[in-house]
Design a protein. Structure first.
Length: 277
């Protein structure tokens, strides 16, 4: 074999070696990112994040995480297959190829619940995910870890709902652990996986619902209501004008004004049951 041939083999081997990585640890789930005031995400590793989540099962039946995933791979662009013949440019062998860009394929989600709860949450659920992470960079993706079907089961669990009274058990809280692990493939064809990231989440009934000062009035049955139409005529709606912030995702992580709750309720009975104290 000629000297040039030996160089080609050695360089090709180096290129392949740069793309062959360990299956686990090639990606790092850094944190669960939080939405900003304009409901946008910051994909930076140093961006804002939530140390713990809250799902108000009385207000919503799903939960969406926003994991930030960082590639731990080094760029393979420092390896060339062969220098251009004659030292010129434009030869395909002089092209720098990135073999360590990761294309995400999905995430595996599992839950850990306290031993005394009555409801069961699924294990090892694979959720397809799309996106590409280049070496040394990060991306943030939306991941619906608690689906509507699962949420509908949880919201009827005895921990949160009194079947006899047909009413939610206000302020009841159960803390569960959500574990996510991402899988993907590099552009050179190597399967890679992330660490297992565990995120604590409180599931509650009504804990995110708030009744700001000036928003409660006496209802016809002498109970308190957030219905602004019950405000005394001489006071008008007073402090209960419809001026409040709308959460990015209703019932998830952010307080919900009782007046917004009423505007979203399907009927007056539901509004009274869900939104009033």
């Amino acid at each position: 074999m000629t000297r040039t041939g030996i160089m080609v083999v050695l360089l090709f081997t180096a290129f392949a070696g740069a793309a062959c990585v360990e299956d686990v640890g090639s990606m790092l789930v850094v944190h669960n990112a939080s939405l900003n005031d304009t409901c946008e995400l910051d994909a930076e590793v140093g961006g804002n994040f939530l140390p713990k989540g809250t799902l108000d099962i009385m207000l919503t039946n799903k939960y969406v995480m926003f994991p930030t995933i960082q590639s731990q791979l080094q760029s393979s662009k420092n390896v060339k297959i062969e220098a251009a013949a004659g030292g010129g440019t434009g030869d395909f062998r002089d092209t720098l190829n990135e073999g360590n860009a990761i294309t995400l394929s999905g995430a595996t989600v599992s839950f850990t619940t306290p031993p005394n709860v009555t409801f069961a949450l699924p294990q090892n659920v694979f959720i397809p995910v799309s996106g590409t992470i280049f070496p040394g960079s990060a991306t943030t993706t939306a991941l619906e870890v608690l689906s509507v079907d699962i949420g509908n089961v949880v919201r009827r669990a005895p921990e949160f709902f009194d079947a006899n009274e047909e009413a939610f058990k206000r302020r009841s809280v159960v803390t569960v652990l959500v574990t996510v692990k991402f899988d993907g493939t590099t552009t050179s064809g190597t399967d890679v996986s992330s660490n297992e990231f565990t995120f604590p989440m409180d599931i509650c009934a009504g804990c995110l619902l708030i009744h700001p000062p000036g928003t409660l009035f006496i209802d016809d049955d002498n109970s308190l209501t957030c219905d602004v139409s019950k405000a005394p005529a001489e006071e008008g709606v007073g402090g209960a004008t419809l001026d409040f912030d709308t959460p990015c995702i209703l019932g998830q992580d952010t307080a919900v004004d009782c007046r917004l709750c009423r505007t979203l309720a399907p009927d007056e009975l539901a509004a009274d049951a869900l939104c009033d104290p």
